[in-house]
Design a protein around this ligand. Structure first.
Ligand SMILES: Nc1ncnc2c1ncn2[C@@H]1O[C@H](COP(=O)(O)OP(=O)(O)OP(=O)(O)O)[C@@H](O)[C@H]1O
Ligand SMILES: [Mg+2]
Length: 179
């Protein structure tokens, strides 16, 4: 987060990172998901904010000299809308990587919500966001989708039901009918 901030990326300020403890700036604002549910944000607007955040992130070189910074969990619950603009939180999975991989993971998470596999109040509207985001994003978010599905399947938060639905979510990203 400190590295991303040093390159001008919108993240909360880090005051102390010490072993398991992380003390950061408390931001004031709603998550993008909450703002959307409150009717304060149209789907097009939300997609364009997400595309902009992904594009700006992927323009930043990775710390190890390869690829770009990747967040690997960039979705509407991890974006806070503040008076300093949209800010990205929850950097637990972040590192260096392939921009297309990161975009595909965002798309897959939105698809999981869109098809009803992950229960979220945004529900099927996540599909509108997904389709618009895929139009806006440069690169090829489908190229590494199979690897992204394997990565997602390995995350401890996935329930057995969510695992079983991953092929259908991937098909939704590809714009295909469920397998
Ligand atoms: N710097 C911050 N300033 C203000 N609120 C924050 C900040 N960081 C996190 N939050 C709030 O805490 C929530 C959860 O934070 P975060 O996304 O980092 O953790 P998480 O592991 O996804 O937790 P959960 O699974 O409970 O959503 C955010 O949606 C936001 O409302
Ligand atoms: Mg989070």
């Amino acid at each position: 987060m400190t590295y991303a901030a040093s390159l001008g990326y919108p993240v909360p300020r880090i005051y102390r990172a010490d072993g398991p403890d992380l003390v950061m700036e408390r931001l004031v604002g709603q998550t993008m998901a909450a703002a959307y549910l409150d009717g304060k944000l149209a789907p097009d607007e939300a997609a364009s904010i997400m595309a902009d955040l992904l594009r700006r992130l992927h323009a930043l070189p990775g710390r190890g000299g390869t690829g770009s910074i990747v967040h690997l969990d960039l979705h509407p619950d991890n974006i806070l809308l503040t008076d300093r603009g949209p800010m990205v939180i929850d950097w637990r999975n972040a590192g260096d990587g392939d921009p297309d991989f990161d975009t595909a993971l965002t798309a897959l998470i939105l698809a999981q919500v869109a098809i009803g596999s992950i229960a979220h109040e945004v529900g099927a509207d996540a599909g509108i966001l997904l389709d618009r985001l895929l139009e806006l994003m440069p690169g090829d978010p489908i190229a590494r989708l199979d690897e992204v599905v394997a990565f997602r399947a390995g995350q401890w938060t996935m329930s057995p039901e969510e695992l079983a639905d991953l092929p259908a979510a991937a098909a939704r990203v590809r714009g295909l009918p469920p397998p």
